[in-house]
Design a protein around this ligand. Structure first.
Ligand code: SF4
Ligand code: SF4
Ligand code: SF4
Ligand code: FES
Length: 962
């Protein structure tokens, strides 16, 4: 489609319900009260010239270009800062206004380099547009006087440049950083002529507090802040609306292109999850798609000791099908299985599980949600009846108290974090004035960030979530703060009474649990009171809740709290899992678990299974299949021999790496479909090149259950979209598939899945996005769930007995390791490590408290050995009091560290979600890589060879657009 340019209304929409009627240029117009004159004019199609105004932030009134005349008022007020009034008569274009505007523009242009023809923003510059709009044809003032034309550029940020010679000091960048992003990294330093944009304390952007979200670049009306890709490639000429392939926020973007080359990703203002905002990953970290290490040809080999051999797609598919058939003939139907990808589309995921259930004839399918949010599915289904979050992101505007537990949204869900910060800022600063409770062992950024601070930070010991949540319930019940009317109306009263009696036991009081949790009793009591009595209270949680041996219990405990206080079933409340990967909600919805068909129906459910059997023409095993860990265990024992892994890197993402390696090594045919030779691919026998999100059509479902289109911006460099490869494999296995487009796969999903019954590509094209359930009852989706009643009928309270993990500290392993993510890298880092994001994080480091460092003789930057009962790795130490004494923390983005060598086999009792967040460890100064790191390094170097290539793989270098 041609380049999409959203209308800029100049100022944000007013939320008032009352309306005001006025006349602009002789036309009657009615708008909500509080609307600016500028916006009212734009609503009727008249663009008033402007430079400092944009509808992403509040009016500022500095440029004086948007002047209008209002009958009965003296002078020429700025239309951006003047609200409409009943009966107002406005003129936007008069000779007097034209003269004033020309004068203003002349001053701007007299200090602006007139290099429009060679400027990167030529044709995409508001200053240029406004000069034309006001009819400026000559400038009377020359460059003889003082000017800024020779000021040095700041090129420090890898993705955008700051050229102060072009700055008109409109403050749009500063306000974007404050109001949209919430980082407050920019100011206007100096006064009058000397004023200029300053990052932090006049530092280069890279060294400042800037988190490279790009909001200022987007807001800048000139070429002062410009994407380097635009400077290098040129301005884009068409765009494709699509969805970010990184995290579960699900930001919509315009992929702006020149031919088949991507020029930039610009957040889409009509995106329902992001409303025009983005983070550094979605906005800038897309270079991996054309990285030289991307593999474009299929490859096979008989064993991992051999180098890879490039083959045709025909040979690769025929070989893979023959191998799976051979294995099943020799070892039985259950000897093979597969893993679907939460990075791939719903349609691709649905097809992989279909291939396994119908083509392999078993239920041995699992997905990465096993290792992240499977407890969410279990816990919320048990209590509410649906395995998903209850709200949409927009609901945050109604939140009075936010509880963030086991989540670090500023790093892992940045665009949601920006919206949350807006709501948390004081009312007098234009924020929503909401209060904040953070429950996390680390002092995450939200605990104290510019203009936002947590009212309570409960820095609990890792592994004690259930004890803390139950203690909060104790306070609520024993102090009479429960909403019993809500509970009587909506929940099972007898179960509530059992639960209330349980939590009220003295052993659950904050005082009794303080020695265990490390949370001061009075702080916990205050937090519980605030949650129960502070108005609309919403809980947002992440993997710090689920990745524990009691992950499912903690999710249930959260649901109990929400029901007990009536914080469910309306805007501004609820239980909101912040899902990790872009399509982890979708991969679960699509039937990726061994016990569930799409829509979370158990394979033993005869009615559901029969629907699939009839449409697919096969018998489906009514017994659940194996989970990932079961498959690996069975492989080690010799009973499981072949695995089809689409887009997951279980070697890096799953716990106890040596055990994963042993399982993969024991198999006869490991098939990896991916973009790069991942860590898992080092153990593979077949490599099927994958396609990026820019190269395919389909849908992703974000953390709000929002289904959004992913649109193809360029042809797949490897030749096929991922769903086409699965289809080829299924056909070669003898189970025919003949889809012509992912829309047909979605039609099948809708036929088989009641919560998706109304979803189609046509509907998504028409309305932009929908949140499931989307069916006859809710034809355009369901933003907030459980409004009239719980999906399961009555809400179910479940007793949450705290059972400490078996992973214990002791003299050998006295510290607790917990793991997480940082903003610039994503998950196993396969994509972000292959972008300029490495300038922010090029290695995983171990955060350690100064006290723990001192007693071990560890200095900042030292190499340290991190040892657990499962294994050891080495990495650099970073001394910080962000972690409490006794707790250490690291990320798992870099394979050189392989942080999961250290994590253990302990897992959630209900779902086997691994206990990544609690590992007993010891830390000591190290003088070299661990034994595992040395062995593994040698192995992957050998394993990545490609025949004809003497050493490590140096794959074909892709030219842009090739
Ligand atoms: S950098 Fe751009 S947005 Fe910021 S003050 Fe200068 S011209 Fe305005
Ligand atoms: S890129 Fe984002 S964080 Fe950085 S200065 Fe601009 S708006 Fe602020
Ligand atoms: S917040 Fe998530 S979805 Fe949005 S741009 Fe960043 S990574 Fe992409
Ligand atoms: S746009 Fe109104 S004063 Fe700048």
């Amino acid at each position: 489609m041609p380049l999409v340019r959203e209308i800029d209304y100049g100022t944000p929409a007013s939320k008032a319900e009352a309306t005001v009627a006025l006349t602009i240029d002789g036309q009657a117009v009615t708008v909500p009260a509080g609307t600016s004159v500028m916006r009212a004019a734009q609503e009727m199609g008249t663009t008033i010239p402007r430079l400092c105004a944009t509808d992403m932030m509040d009016a500022f009134g500095s440029c004086r270009l948007c002047l209008v005349e209002i009958e009965g008022r003296a002078g020429a007020p700025a239309s951006c800062t003047t609200p409409v009034a009943e009966g107002m008569v406005v003129h936007t274009q008069t000779p007097k206004l034209a003269k004033l505007r020309k004068g203003v523009m002349e001053l701007y242009i007299s200090d602006h380099p007139l290099d429009c023809l060679t400027c990167a923003a030529n044709g995409d510059c508001e200053l240029q547009d406004m000069a034309g709009a006001v009819g400026l044809r000559e400038v009377r003032y020359g460059y003889q006087g003082e000017n800024h034309l020779d000021e040095a550029k700041d090129e420090s940020n890898p993705y955008f440049t700051y050229d102060p010679s072009k700055c008109i000091v409109c403050s749009r960048c500063v306000r974007a950083c404050d109001e949209v992003q919430g980082t407050f990294a920019l100011t206007i330093a100096g006064r009058g002529f000397a004023s200029r944009v300053s990052a932090s304390q006049s530092e280069p952007f890279l060294d400042s507090e800037c988190v490279s979200c790009g909001a200022c670049v987007q807001a800048c009306p000139t070429a002062t802040l410009t994407e380097k890709s635009v400077i290098e490639i040129g301005t884009p000429e068409h765009s494709v609306i699509t969805t970010c392939a990184y995290c579960g926020v699900g930001c919509a973007f315009k992929a702006e292109m020149r031919g088949e080359e991507l020029v930039r990703m610009v957040p889409y203002k009509d995106g329902a999850a992001n409303h025009g905002h983005s983070c550094v990953k979605g906005r800038f970290a897309w270079g991996y798609a054309a990285h030289k290490e991307r593999i474009l040809n299929p490859m096979i080999r008989a064993s991992t000791a051999e180098p890879w051999r490039e083959v045709s797609w025909e040979e690769a598919i025929a070989h893979t099908a023959a191998e799976f058939k051979r294995i099943q003939a020799k070892y039985g139907r259950q000897a093979v299985g597969g893993v679907t990808s939460s990075r791939c589309t719903n349609e691709e995921t649905f097809l992989v599980q279909k291939l396994i259930r119908a083509g392999f004839g078993n239920n041995n399918v699992d997905t990465c949600a096993r290792v992240c949010h499977s407890p969410t599915g279990y816990g919320l289904k048990t209590t509410f009846g649906t395995s998903a979050g209850t709200q949409d992101f927009d609901t945050v505007e109604h939140v009075d108290v936010a509880v963030i537990i086991g989540a670090n949204p500023t790093d892992a869900h940045p665009v949601f974090a920006s919206r949350l910060k807006q709501q948390l800022r004081p009312r007098e600063e234009g924020g929503g004035g909401a209060r904040l409770i953070v429950i996390d062992p680390r002092r995450t950024e939200l605990v104290r960030t510019p203009h936002v601070h947590a009212d309570h930070h409960l820095a609990l010991r890792p592994g004690t979530n259930v004890a803390v949540l139950t203690a909060m319930a104790h306070v609520i019940v024993t102090e009479g703060l429960a909403d019993e009317a809500f509970v009587r109306e909506r929940c099972d009263w007898d179960e509530y009474r059992d639960w209330a009696a349980f939590v009220a036991e003295p052993r659950h009081s904050p005082e009794a649990t303080e020695p265990l949790t490390g949370v001061p009793a009075d702080e916990l009591r205050a937090a519980a009171r605030l949650y129960a009595t502070g108005g609309n209270a919403a809980i947002y949680y992440g993997l710090g809740v689920t990745e524990h041996s009691q992950g499912s219990t903690a999710v249930i405990a959260i649901a109990n709290l929400a029901m007990a206080t009536g914080n469910i079933g309306k805007p501004g409340v609820g239980v909101n899992p912040l899902r990790g990967q872009n399509n982890v909600q979708g991969s679960c919805d699509m039937g990726s678990f061994p016990h569930e068909l799409s829509g979370y129906r158990h394979v033993a459910d005869d009615t559901a299974r029969t629907m699939f059997e009839e449409l697919w023409g096969v018998d489906i095993d009514p017994e659940p299949g194996m989970r990932i860990n079961n498959m690996l265990d069975a492989a080690v024992e010799g009973a499981f021999k072949g695995m089809y892994i689409q887009g997951e890197d279980i070697m890096q993402s799953d716990p106890n790496t040596s055990h994963v390696a042993a399982g993969l090594e024991a198999m006869e045919c490991v098939v990896v479909q991916d973009l790069f030779l991942s860590e898992t691919a080092a153990y593979a026998h077949v490599f099927l090149p994958g396609s990026t999100f820019l190269e395919k059509n389909g849908t992703f479902t974000n953390a709000e259950r929002r289904i959004q289109l992913v649109r193809k911006a360029m042809a797949p460099k490897n030749g096929y979209e991922d769903w086409e490869v699965t289809q080829l494999l299924s056909n070669a296995l003898g189970y025919p598939m003949a889809y012509g487009h992912p829309a047909e796969i979605m039609d099948e999903i809708a036929r088989l899945t009641p919560t998706f019954a109304g979803v189609s590509f046509d509907l998504l094209e028409k309305v932009g996005s929908v949140q499931w359930p989307c069916n006859q009852v809710q034809p355009t989706g369901t933003p907030v769930m459980h409004m009239a009643g719980f999906v399961r009928g009555r809400g179910k309270f479940v007793v949450t007995e705290y059972i400490p993990t078996d992973e214990k500290t002791g003299p050998r392993f006295p510290l607790l390791l917990t793991t997480g993510r940082i903003l610039s890298q994503y998950n196993v880092g396969a994509q972000t490590r292959r972008t300029a994001n490495v300038v922010w994080h090029d290695e995983d480091v171990l955060e350690i408290h100064p006290h723990d460092a001192e007693v071990r003789g560890v200095r900042d930057g030292d190499w340290v050995k991190l040892q657990s009962r499962a294994g050891a790795t080495t990495l650099r130490a970073q001394i910080t009091d962000r972690v409490s004494p006794g707790v250490v923390y690291t990320t798992f983005h870099h394979p050189a560290t392989q942080a999961n060598v250290v994590t253990t086999d302990y897992s959630d009792w209900a779902t086997n979600c691994p206990e990544y967040k609690v590992t007993a460890v010891q830390v000591a100064v190290s003088n070299g890589p661990s034994e595992w790191q040395e062995r593994y390094g040698d192995f992957v170097t050998r394993s990545r060879r490609i025949a004809e290539e003497p050493k490590v793989l140096e794959p074909k270098i892709l030219e842009p657009g090739e």
